[in-house]
Design a protein around this ligand. Structure first.
Ligand code: ZN
Length: 424
């Protein structure tokens, strides 16, 4: 699943605006810049990781999900700003334009792979159309983008100067060379646009945000951005899902594009598929999660499978269980009692790192999101949450306030702190 954390997303330049020390003790100073390549969640370590490049060198930042200070989910804006703007009231200087793409790069059609390292400037697709007509192919931030006007498909990665020596940060796309067989396999997948819903919930991890994915057929064409917006609005209203290609992924699919293979694998699931394989595809971090979850929810024993997954000690199964519960409709009347039982069995032990959180807070938060999303407002659930809240008062104030949010949602009361959507 493509990951965004607050305003941060892959392939964007960022500037540190407040000193911080990451979970490995590495100090970073305000003014440092870099380009985010990848982000994700390590469910075992319960850490957010961010791979970024500084003056061409890659390194990984680690942030504990248990931390109540420093960069963390819901607070990244306090530490990072996007782009090369100076963190001051002065008008920011314009970053130097990246080298213009050679005109010859623009002439390539979808099925003619660009030479490697062709500079594309600030647009992800090697065509001259309005970049507002460019859309990701199947998965956001997976390095494959297409033009809805001329049909060009371009595989790319991002380069840039982090501004350490020049004072200005910029980023630009450069083509990634893929064999023609790979481009032929990627090109027919639908194009995608994500529309997050307004959220008033406390910060949750990517994957547990309600959003609509709008898929457009690969051969849909629009002359203008307005026509594309109208087409997307229409597809969104009709909840239309286009056909997906059936061909097996090529062996030489680059690792950067592994999400496409996950998505394809999820589409191949059958009632005979090995349950462990289905669970691996259904977990929230998988690009095939939604498809695998749909498959699981169609099983005759879907409820039992979901309960087994939610109760499992295995983080992959837990994640798949949460993904299933999040999508399960109509809500099984037994689910509230199952979740009460699971919460009652989770230990309330403080983390040894002095973070003021309990070891199992992540599991509680995932369960709270499901309880709020499914509006499991039974009297027993309300009583269980209030009881849990009392037991957590001296152990984890963040969970105490998350429970306050859940109870307000369950009672249909407005949130105390309205929050905007995750994406700008
Ligand atoms: Zn175009």
């Amino acid at each position: 699943m493509a990951c965004t954390i607050d305003h941060l997303r892959p392939d964007h330049a960022v500037r540190v605006i407040c000193d911080f020390t990451d979970a490995r003790g590495k100090l970073h100073r305000a003014g440092e810049t870099g380009i985010i390549r990848q982000m994700g969640l390590d469910t075992t370590e319960r850490e957010i990781w961010i791979d970024w490049e500084q003056t061409g060198a890659s390194s990984r930042l680690h942030f504990s999900l248990g931390s109540t200070s420093g960069p963390r989910n819901g607070h990244m804006r306090e530490y990072f700003e996007l782009g090369g703007n100076e963190p001051s009231a002065e008008p920011p200087p314009s970053p130097p334009p990246p080298p213009p793409p050679p005109k010859s790069a623009r002439a390539h059609a979808a099925r003619e792979p660009l030479p490697a390292e062709t500079r594309l400037g600030e647009v992800a697709v090697a065509c001259d159309c309005d970049p507002a007509l460019h859309r990701a192919v199947l998965i956001e931030y997976a390095g494959v983008n297409a033009c809805m006007r001329c049909g060009t498909v371009t595989c790319s990665r991002v380069i840039g100067d982090d501004g350490r020596h020049t004072g200005n940060a910029w980023h630009a796309y450069v083509s990634v060379a893929v064999p023609p067989t790979v481009l032929d396999w990627l090109a027919p997948w639908p194009r995608v646009a994500a529309r997050p819903h307004l959220s008033t919930r406390w910060p949750t991890i990517a994957g547990l945000e309600r959003r609509d994915l709008i898929y457009l057929p690969a051969d849909a064409r629009c002359e203008t951005a307005e026509a594309l917006a109208a087409l997307e609005a229409d597809c969104r209203a009709r909840r239309q899902r286009p056909g997906f290609p059936k061909a097996e992924p090529p062996d030489d699919l680059p690792r950067q594009m592994a999400g496409f293979a996950q998505f394809w694998a999820a589409l191949q699931l059958t009632p005979q598929s090995d349950l462990a394989q289905v669970m691996a595809l259904a977990q929230l971090q998988s690009a095939g999660s939604a498809i695998a979850v749909e498959h699981l929810l169609h099983r005759a024993d879907a409820f039992d499978v979901m309960v087994t997954a939610l109760s499992s000690p295995d983080p992959t199964w837990q994640s798949a269980g949460i993904a299933m519960a999040w999508e399960s409709r109509p809500v099984d009347p037994r689910l509230a009692d199952v979740l009460i039982d699971i919460m009652s069995r989770l230990p309330l032990a403080a983390r040894p790192d002095g973070s003021g959180r309990i070891t199992q807070y992540g599991r509680f938060e995932d369960l709270f999101v499901v309880i709020a999303e499914l509006k499991l407002a039974t009297p027993e659930m309300i009583a269980a949450l209030k009881n849990l809240q009392r037991r957590l008062v001296r152990l984890d104030v963040d969970l105490v306030s998350a429970i306050t949010s859940v109870l307000r949602e369950l009672h249909g009361e407005p949130p105390t702190q309205p929050r905007g959507p995750w994406l700008p």
